[in-house]
Ligand binder design. Structure first.
Ligand code: RM4
Ligand code: MN
Length: 393
């Protein structure tokens, strides 16, 4: 790739400076596989401490000013107080993630359960999450359903779709103002035979039924191997139904590894579609969240690394020579078009991002700056006792 023109440089730096990435509260707490949770020192014990850690990630990256909450993992008595706590630390509360997958009553499903009493309970939780949004000022309700069946014949798939649609309608009708309902899909797990919201098409159809403020969430880890995720991105952007991402990486299933670690080229292709649709800036309404778990690696540096990975893929996407790409596409120049993308992808954008950080008054190397800050020593000693946060309510 040839030397960047001053104009390109300014445009790319401006876009990167405006970018926002939301980090998930649960990534600051304990997590593990089905087999073992390996404890780490200094892990947050409370929602407030998760907010402290998220504020630290923002302090070193400058682009992560919000934290997604998970209810009931982050349940508190005073949500307005929690929002004020975050504001005092320079960040805000982002999407409210609902949880209708960790109660004994949900063995056969939550909003799609054959038992109307269980469905009422699940919908009640979702409505309570909207009450919380009213208090925190969170813009989005995020819905992920573990609902499905394990055996053919276990329940009627069509009836379950009817129950899902009815629940979504009720929750959507409870939203007010600009509040949005974000519907996530997942191919399989924990249900193994049939999942009620298995793919983007199902989520999209339900969002259309519900209304314009119902939007699809793409969790990058929730697809079959080989799925062309950037096509889904392009389709949903064109249909104005892409609400958010849950970024992470997968090798095999829902691995929840750091975004951009397993397949940085895929992340670039996704962000190319975002840039192509001019959907990068917060004004476009697309929320770029992480949904990750750090089981063996230190959590805060892993989240900083993840934010940097998104920034690197974004910078490369912003460097695509769109005029050359369009010209090659129009001319049917297959190799030329592919080369336009690959030139951008193969650019080392790390010096540009270092420059961006210096312009923003940050250290050019956020991970080194974090390690030198003494924060980890403080939390290691300060959080030595008590119960670390995890996936229990
Ligand atoms: C689910 C889904 C949700 C996340 C939970 C923790 O698999 O990806 O987005 O909130 O995990
Ligand atoms: Mn997710």
């Amino acid at each position: 790739m040839t030397e960047l023109s001053g104009q390109t440089r300014d445009r790319v730096l401006r876009a990167l400076r405006a970018q926002r990435i939301e980090t998930p509260s649960w990534a600051y707490g304990n997590s593990g596989t089905r087999f073992k949770v390996f404890p780490q020192e200094g892990v947050a014990r409370t929602p407030q401490e998760k907010i402290d850690d998220a504020a630290e990630v923002h302090r070193f990256t400058g682009v992560a000013p919000s934290i997604a909450l998970h209810i009931p993992w982050d349940a508190v008595d005073d949500y307005a107080g929690l929002a004020a706590y975050a504001a005092d630390r320079g960040i805000r509360l982002g999407a409210i993630n609902s949880n209708v997958f960790q109660d004994n009553d949900y063995k056969l499903g939550s909003v799609t359960n054959p038992d109307p009493g269980v469905r009422r309970k699940a919908i009640g939780h979702l409505l309570e999450c909207v009450d919380i949004m009213d208090q925190t000022g969170s813009p989005d309700l995020k819905l992920w359903f573990s609902d499905g069946t394990n055996y053919p014949g276990q329940d009627d798939s069509r009836d379950r779709q009817d129950r899902l649609a009815a629940a979504l309608r009720q929750v959507y009708d409870r939203l007010s103002g600009e509040q949005r309902m974000l519907l996530e899909y997942k191919l399989f797990e924990p249900a193994f035979y049939m999942t009620d919201v298995p793919d983007w098409g199902t989520a999209y159809a339900h969002c259309i039924d519900a209304g314009p403020r119902a939007q699809v969430v793409i969790d990058t880890g929730h697809h079959a191997p080989g799925t062309n995720i950037e096509f889904i991105v392009a389709f949903l952007l064109r249909a104005r139904r892409l609400g958010a991402f849950d970024f992470n990486s997968r090798f095999y299933a829902d691995d929840d590894l750091m975004v951009g670690s397993a397949d940085p080229f895929q992340l670039f292709r996704i962000l190319h579609e975002i840039v192509r649709a001019d959907a990068l800036s917060p004004a476009s309404g697309i929320t770029f969240m992480l949904d990750q778990c750090h089981n063996i690696e230190p959590k805060i540096p892993a989240i900083i690394r993840s934010v940097m990975n998104v920034q690197e893929a974004t910078a490369k996407a912003l460097l695509v020579d769109t005029a050359a790409l369009a010209a090659a596409q129009q001319a049917g120049d297959v190799l030329g078009a592919n080369a336009a993308l690959m030139d951008a992808y193969n650019t080392d954008v790390r010096p540009l991002l270092a420059e961006l950080r210096e312009d923003m008054g940050l250290h050019p190397d956020p991970i080194a700056a974090y390690h030198r800050s003494g924060y980890f020593d403080r939390i290691r000693t300060g959080r030595a006792s008590g119960q670390q946060a995890g996936w229990g309510a």
